[in-house]
Design a protein around this ligand. Sequence first.
Ligand code: MN
Length: 287
Amino acid sequence: MLKKLERIIPPPPPHMVGDGFRVHNFFPSSGIQNKQRMSPFFMLDYASPYNFPPSEKQRGVDVHPHRGFETVTIAYQGKVAHHDSAGNHGVIGEGDVQWMTAASGVLHKEYHEKDFSKKGGTFQMVQLWVNLPAQYKMSAPQYQEIKKEMMGRLTFEGGLLEVIAGNYKDVKGPASTFSPLHVFNLHLESQAEFILELPENFNTGLLAIKGSVTIQDQSVPSDHFALFQNAGSTISIKASTSATLLVLSGQPLDEPIVTYGPFLMNSWEEIEQAVEDFNNGKFGVLD
Ligand code: MN
């Protein structure tokens, strides 16, 4: 049975995160306001292609904390660097992913990589906040740097499905996750068709990263997000142009969400504890 399209969401007006990330927030504020609607995915910030002029200063977001979830950065164009108080550091470029589990808490900073900053150029990126089940919110932080060549690959006539997390049939993604979820990049040549099968009860959406596609007879232009109903399991996609889609599908966590700035917990008591721990320096040290 076809998974029905609930709605096609155009990119909300962009805002700056720090001075390096010009993002459209598809959820949980502008596009999809319900904080549970895409659970376990809590936030989707999309930096649509934007040309940054050369700069000696590395643009980005300076040191800030996170607790209770994972930040997942997927690079499409440009390069992004990261440092955190757990001692992890990395640079990702086109097709690579940083999967940072903040869990009990880290400080980190995110910014344009040095050479990319100097030369300038087109920057395109996605940042997801993936919520953690209550039992893992206070587990130890971890960091996974996932290069493009590590992705699970399913090739087919006219395209390639790259599995970042979860699995597609028997193709597994390299990311380790704390609840059942799938994150894929689907690449299609112009006019290619693909039938995507995803669990009926998983919250599911597709972001058109490049090109435009037709999904179940409706046109989804680039930079638009297609949200699906939690009924049916088959999504029929035809590429109108050469296209790349980010596929998000996950089992809802079904736990209370209480959020305050960079903290994502289950209760106000836990938020107050996060603020107190942050103020007491328990998230570590990062220059
Ligand atoms: Mn951050």
